[in-house]
Design a protein around this ligand. Structure first.
Ligand code: MSP
Length: 508
């Protein structure tokens, strides 16, 4: 996957309720990928945004006593603000109520209609509004409830426009066969493939009973099904949110989402693109759920963690680090205040923060604040840095963020061992050990610089502050900067307040 541009997306979030840690999770993971690929010198486009049409939003607005648009404006702004607080470096924030999005969705659907891929029919089925999706009886949970939300489904019957999804079965299967890594991890690929094998029904792509949506261009009495409107955001955004030559980013290199929306992205989305003769995304990376007390965090079940208190108390980098380290990317993982505090204190503060602090203090005390020259005695450590860097790049290519952070942390631990084993405070008392002391101090500064560059996508603010304290330019974070020893000797270090200060009390 090495080419010079990289397009990464998150799902666009529903504006029916406030953002929670589950949304923050996907945005942070996408941001980590975006930053990593920028470190490779690639031309990155990172897209996120909000999904604002459909019955779910219209009902939430009504319940709040607002028009759908004013409700969407308020909630969309909250998702946008959350992105800022998360330090998400997205290049654009799309809203499906953007006029340019609406026009383009209508244009593309017009093409599908003209080609005969859309026809009129009638449909009756069990509908889950929180999912904005129909279910067959066999898919429902007990007592006619949604298999995802556990809430009652409704019988919905209307004359709609249909997309010939069933006609794409063979082409979809051929695509899966030709691209065995287009959905990762593999169990999700298999799951999506099974959905296609087990038969596809045509998809109702319009609604007549609701008005909050994009009008069907050839039948304005109906609005476009919110999922079809939403999926095309990944395409429409490039037309007006990515500058004059936005089309160069197509197709997406990496689309992130949780497994709840696998079918929409791995079955319906590629079929719609095939019908529109648009090139398919290169990869979907499906992650697990952030659980609270063993259950998926979701506004429908009300089982939520508000990210803001954690960010206020511990800082955004602590949340970013915790989520990618604690939850194995691709699997479910539990968010807990205790676990958060333990990783913050045990790893960020004690392992990384203290390492930086000790290094700077020792260089100050023993070498007047200037990093000494490399004596060439730590080749093994230099090799380990190079190996871990290669491992991190491979982990990102395999869409495995957790493995990437683990590999970086191996280096943090190796550097802490170096301090313990070589005990610079002992060497400092022995005038005959000056060269040894030079080597240890150099190795610590060099190793830390590399590890901070490697950790920058995960903890960007802290990594930048730490690099500055080591006398390094914090804006230079290309991966090449992680090469052992470049620009280290002679750098002037400056002590800074603790990177990860002690936190008194903690949010529930
Ligand atoms: N609007 C649709 C997506 C349309 S994309 C064309 C939607 N929105 S949503 O607000 O429900 O967000 C779903 C996404 O938010 C999940 O796929 C996932 O990326 C993220 N998450 C929401 N809750 C989550 C967890 N509890 N855990 C992990 N991710 C979560 O579906």
């Amino acid at each position: 996957m090495s080419h010079d541009r990289f397009y990464v997306t998150t799902p666009i979030y529903y504006v029916n309720a406030e953002p929670h840690v589950g949304h923050a999770y996907t945005t942070i993971m996408a941001d980590i990928f975006a930053r990593h690929h920028r470190q490779r010198g690639e031309d990155v486009f990172f897209l996120t945004g909000t999904d604002e049409h459909g019955a779910k939003i219209a009902r939430a607005a009504e319940a709040a006593g607002h028009t759908p648009k004013s409700h969407a404006d308020t909630l969309s702004a909250k998702f946008r603000d959350l992105g800022r607080v998360l330090e998400a470096s997205n290049d654009f924030f799309i809203r499906t109520t953007d006029a340019a999005h609406i026009t383009e969705v209508q244009r593309v659907l017009g093409i599908l209609h003209a080609r005969g891929d859309i026809y009129k029919g009638s449909y009756g089925g069990w509908y889950c509004t929180p999912c904005e999706a129909f279910y067959t009886e066999g898919e429902l949970a007990e007592a006619y409830t949604c298999p995802i939300h556990g809430t009652p489904v409704e019988w919905l019957e209307e004359d709609n426009w249909f997309f010939r999804l069933s006609a794409y079965r063979e082409r979809l299967l051929a695509h899966f066969d030709a691209h065995p890594e287009w959905v990762v991890p593999t169990p999700r690929y298999n799951e999506a493939r099974r959905m296609i094998e087990s038969g596809l029904e045509d998809l109702s792509i319009s609604r007549s009973q609701i008005s909050w949506g994009v009008p069907v261009p050839w039948d304005p009495e109906q609005v476009i099904y919110v999922w079809v409107d939403a999926l095309f955001n990944y395409w429409t955004a490039l037309g007006y949110g990515a500058g004059a030559d936005g089309a160069r980013y197509w197709p997406p290199d990496l689309q992130l989402m949780a497994k709840d929306i696998l079918k929409f992205h791995a079955v319906i989305w590629p079929a719609l693109l095939m019908a529109a003769e648009i090139e398919l995304p290169r990869r979907l990376a499906i992650h697990g759920y952030v659980l609270k007390g063993g259950e998926k965090m979701s506004k429908t079940t009300g089982n939520l963690v508000d990210p803001f208190p954690f960010i206020d108390d511990y800082g955004i980098d602590a949340l970013r680090y915790y989520l990618c380290r604690e939850i194995r990317f691709g699997e479910d993982g539990t968010f807990s205040a205790e676990g958060f505090d333990a990783r913050y204190t045990g790893e960020l503060a004690n392992e990384l923060g203290n390492l930086l602090n000790r290094t700077v203090i020792m260089i100050d005390r023993y070498r007047g604040g200037v990093v000494p020259a490399d004596q060439g005695e730590d080749r093994a450590l230099a090799d380990e840095v190079a190996q871990r860097q290669a491992e991190i790049v491979a982990a990102f290519d395999a869409a495995d963020i957790t493995r990437a952070v683990e590999a970086a942390w191996v280096l943090v631990r190796a550097l802490n061992r170096l301090v313990e084993q070589r005990a610079p405070w002992v060497l400092a008392k022995d005038p005959g050990a000056a060269a040894d002391l030079d080597q240890v101090l150099f190795s610590l500064a060099a190793g830390l610089t590399s590890v901070l560059v490697l950790l920058w996508p995960i903890i960007p603010g802290s990594a930048a502050r730490a690099l500055a304290s080591l006398g390094q330019d914090p804006s230079q974070v290309l991966l090449a900067r992680a090469t052992w020893g470049d620009g280290i000797a002679g750098a002037r270090v400056t002590a800074i307040p603790p990177l990860f200060p002690r936190v008194e009390g903690r949010p529930e």
